[in-house]
Design a protein around this ligand. Structure first.
Ligand code: HEC
Ligand code: HEC
Ligand code: HEC
Ligand code: HEC
Ligand code: HEC
Length: 327
């Protein structure tokens, strides 16, 4: 019995080895690379995980974004373009205004824009060695200063500096590029060793990230519906960024299929329009009180996020939704 067991296990191992070899052959061919965008520098050939994650990110959509096109007169408003399709920021310099590049603008903020220097070397914090391209070990890579090259203009870095995360020199990366243990490249001889890699999907204004950062609680007391937001793990205002990016608390009370009450509270920086900055600050707890005016039924509460204030509600991202009986 024992011998057979061993024999089976050995043959199991060799079957696995063959399978892995097949997968590698397929995935180094067109099977996998076809699904990934063809990037400047062909990074997607070897850094497939980074490329697949990045392709889902807002950085990848920074130029093709419909709301970006709408707000820039179809990408012709010159002072708006450079950060959304930049030349290498290691060349123009962190903290300096990026320069609009001539080619491949549809890839927005691509790998080369962040990683490549004037000599074609790729910067990172790991200090790996490879014959595939020169690498520069750069301890400051991923610093708040680097992200601030484009994100400081609309206040996000100042907001961070007023929060408890101010002392983390890589705070943006800590929250937005969480660590994952995995190989970072597939070279000719197969995957490289497992290392401390970082998620490249740059999740921001989407449900999972929002819910990690902000707690929402619903309560009814007499004739008042209370919606409480607690900013527990957001290193900046909610929402952050340009004044046209807004969020809403949207309440609808329904009774027997009929909407009997609606209410909205705006979270926005309206200082440019002579109004107030009503965004939720880091660590802030805020309770919005909605007078139910004696209505009965079920309240649906949603937190909506819009890249452009003018967008209709049905084009907003729903970051959170909850229901509670009222009356
Ligand atoms: C032909 C394969 C190949 C291509 C194409 C390639 N790389 Fe690499 N890269 C590697 C290998 C292999 C390593 C080392 C991996 C290891 O040792 O874990 C590496 C390492 C890196 C590192 C880690 C640096 C550090 O040590 O912190 C970065 C960043 C990087 N590459 C960025 C890029 C970017 C950006 C592109 C596209 C412009 C690119 N690479 C294209 C194979 C490639
Ligand atoms: C907005 C800037 C930015 C963009 C765009 C970007 N990266 Fe990165 N990348 C980083 C940062 C920051 C780190 C390092 C984080 C650290 O070490 O703290 C990193 C790390 C890496 C590493 C080292 C392993 C890891 O995952 O940490 C590789 C390889 C890499 N990037 C490849 C790519 C490729 C390929 C693309 C395009 C598909 C890309 N990056 C796009 C900022 C960027
Ligand atoms: C070259 C300019 C540039 C740099 C450098 C840059 N970003 Fe961005 N980032 C942008 C732009 C532009 C957008 C908005 C893209 C869009 O949606 O049109 C964005 C969007 C984001 C979002 C998504 C927000 C959302 O709406 O969900 C996150 C998160 C983010 N950046 C984090 C980072 C981090 C972390 C770094 C540093 C490692 C960084 N960025 C560096 C320009 C930049
Ligand atoms: C303590 C964690 C934390 C830190 C530090 C942090 N963020 Fe965020 N960030 C979040 C969470 C959670 C969200 C989702 C809620 C939201 O949309 O504000 C978010 C959302 C965003 C968004 C989408 C904004 C919106 O609401 O439209 C951008 C852009 C962004 N972050 C950029 C940055 C940059 C740049 C830095 C560094 C200067 C940074 N973040 C630091 C947690 C963090
Ligand atoms: C300094 C770099 C920079 C410049 C210049 C810039 N942006 Fe952006 N833009 C960003 C960053 C960073 C974000 C992501 C943070 C946020 O949500 O504001 C962003 C996000 C956006 C968004 C929301 C995401 C989307 O794709 O819908 C729109 C719309 C936008 N920008 C339009 C503009 C317009 C219009 C101008 C010119 C008035 C402009 N941008 C100039 C950096 C820049």
């Amino acid at each position: 019995m024992k011998r057979m067991d061993i024999a089976l296990r050995i043959s199991g191992v060799s079957v696995t080895a063959v399978l892995v070899a097949l997968v590698t052959v397929f995935s180094s061919g067109q099977e996998t690379t076809k699904k990934l965008p063809r990037l400047r520098g062909r990074c997607q050939v070897c850094h497939r995980t980074e490329a697949a994650q990045w392709a889902e990110s807002r950085h990848a959509k920074a130029w093709v974004s419909e709301t970006f096109a709408q707000s820039t007169n179809n990408r012709t408003q010159k002072d708006c373009l450079s950060c959304h399709a930049p030349e290498k920021i290691l060349v123009t310099g962190w903290g300096k205004d990026p320069v609009l590049r001539a080619d491949d603008r549809e890839h927005g903020i691509d790998c080369v824009a962040c990683h490549e220097d004037a000599d074609g070397a790729h910067h990172g914090t790991l200090g790996t060695q490879t014959e595939d391209h020169p690498v520069v070990k750069n301890e400051k890579f991923g610093s708040v200063e680097m992200c601030g090259t484009c994100h400081a203009k609309f206040g996000t870095v100042d907001e961070l500096k007023a929060s408890q995360w101010a002392s983390d020199p890589k705070a943006c990366v800590t929250c937005h590029m969480p660590e994952e243990k995995r190989p970072i490249a597939i070279s000719a001889s197969g995957p490289t060793p497992v290392r401390s890699a970082h998620a490249h999907d740059f999740r921001g204004a989407e449900p999972k990230m929002f819910q990690e950062g902000i707690d929402v609680d619903l309560k009814v007391e007499g004739n008042i519906l209370m919606v409480t937001l607690v900013s527990k793990k957001v290193g900046h205002n909610f929402p952050t960024g340009a004044p046209f990016v807004i969020a809403l608390v949207d309440v609808k009370v329904q009774d027997g299929g009929q909407t009997v009450l609606t209410h909205q509270t705006l979270f926005a920086d309206d200082r440019d329009r002579g109004g107030q900055d009503t965004r939720l600050k880091p660590h802030e707890t805020r309770t919005i009180k909605v007078n139910l005016q004696g209505k009965k039924g079920e309240a649906t509460v949603r937190i909506l996020h819009k890249y452009l204030r003018e967008l209709p509600d049905d084009k907003a991202t729903v970051l959170w939704e909850g229901k509670i009986p009222v009356g």
